[in-house]
Design a protein around this ligand. Structure first.
Ligand SMILES: Cc1cc2nc3c(=O)[nH]c(=O)nc-3n(C[C@H](O)[C@H](O)[C@H](O)COP(=O)(O)OP(=O)(O)OC[C@H]3O[C@@H](n4cnc5c(N)ncnc54)[C@H](O)[C@@H]3O)c2cc1C
Length: 298
């Protein structure tokens, strides 16, 4: 199907894009890589009056580290992020960016578009919770920073206000002794995850867990932090038995939907297995083991 007619605009700067979106009003939508929006338009699930193409705005494709923060520009495509120095230094970032869809989608789809779409099946909104990320937004009232858990409010719903754009994502650079991993379970390469798990942890020299964040994707309407599971691990020397207890605590908060991919019970069991696998990779990476990430394909 062809999209319904719309007017197309290409602003030259971020400020102009925000002014345009504000002036055009509710019917206007920003267009970045188009990998979510264009299929939606072609299915006529949305019929915006105007598209404001931010895809070629300068200065929003970057990944840098400064003052203990890592920042990734909103227009950074997934594949570009996967090849960045930031991803080489922080393996959980590479796991996520490099595993999204296929090469075509990774070359066009952007991290900013992914968090703004707030699709409950997308990888970035889930994985970024494991890094306690913050979303940097710029709109008519200026710049503000919103923690990811307050940014993604519900499926397909964010805290963005009219005319506001995501300009970057930032998170604290992991401390020494940190390791992380993100693994999604997918039917095939160009399909969204059915479930996913992310673990980012820091161990001290005695292998005691100083910090840990665990996230479950596909376990509810939005990605969930498994806080009780994290509490099981924090301050303790990690062992298989402890991880098994933590996995039980994590699964206790999982509320996956039954759908064509399986029952809720099946998905809970899948999440448990994925979490233990993800934890294993994160632990080994915290000891500097070089392990290539890979999602699990059915
Ligand atoms: C075949 C296929 C398979 C896919 N598989 C996966 C997968 O396995 N995992 C996964 O995570 N994703 C997957 N995706 C989605 C893909 O990652 C998209 O790139 C991403 O969801 C949206 O990024 P985009 O730049 O294309 O955004 P667009 O499609 O351009 O925009 C998406 C939405 O966000 C808004 N928007 C875009 N940028 C901004 C911004 N900077 N500020 C404010 N609003 C903005 C738009 O108005 C629109 O509502 C898949 C897509 C396809 C087509």
């Amino acid at each position: 199907m062809y999209p319904a007619p719309f007017r197309y605009h290409r602003p030259a700067s971020l400020r102009e894009a925000v002014q345009m979106l504000s002036a055009l009003g509710e019917g206007a939508k920003p267009l970045a890589g188009g990998q979510t929006l264009i299929p939606i338009l072609k299915l006529r699930l949305d019929e915006p009056s105007d598209l404001v193409d931010i895809g070629r705005l300068p200065d929003l494709r970057f990944a840098d580290a400064q003052d203990g923060w890592v920042r990734i520009g909103a227009l950074s495509p997934h594949g570009w992020v996967a090849r960045s120095d930031a991803a080489a230094a922080i393996p959980i970032v590479k796991d996520c960016a490099g595993g999204i869809a296929d090469a075509q989608v990774r070359s066009r789809g952007t991290i900013g578009g992914s968090v703004s779409a707030a699709d409950p099946n997308c990888d970035w909104p889930a994985m970024l919770r494991a890094l306690d990320a913050e979303i940097i937004c710029f709109g008519p009232a200026g710049e503000r920073t919103v923690p990811i858990e307050k940014f993604v409010l519900a499926p397909y719903t964010t805290a963005l206000t009219p005319g506001e754009l995501v300009t970057a994502i930032r998170f604290k650079a992991p401390a020494a002794g940190s390791g992380g991993a993100y693994i999604a379970y997918k039917k095939s390469a160009a399909a969204f995850p059915i479930c996913s798990t992310g673990v980012q942890l820091t161990l001290d020299s005695a292998q005691v867990c100083r910090d840990v964040r665990i996230v479950l994707g596909g376990a509810g309407p939005t990605a969930r932090r498994a806080l009780e599971a994290e509490a099981e691990l924090r301050g303790k020397a990690l062992s298989d038995a402890l991880w098994a207890r933590a996995a039980d605590a994590a699964i206790a908060i999982a509320e996956p939907n039954a759908d064509v991919h399986g029952s809720a019970e099946y998905k809970r069991s899948l999440l448990r297995g994925l979490l233990l696998k993800t934890a294993h990779v994160a632990m080994r990476r915290s000891a500097n083991a070089k392990i290539e990430g890979s999602h699990v394909y059915a």
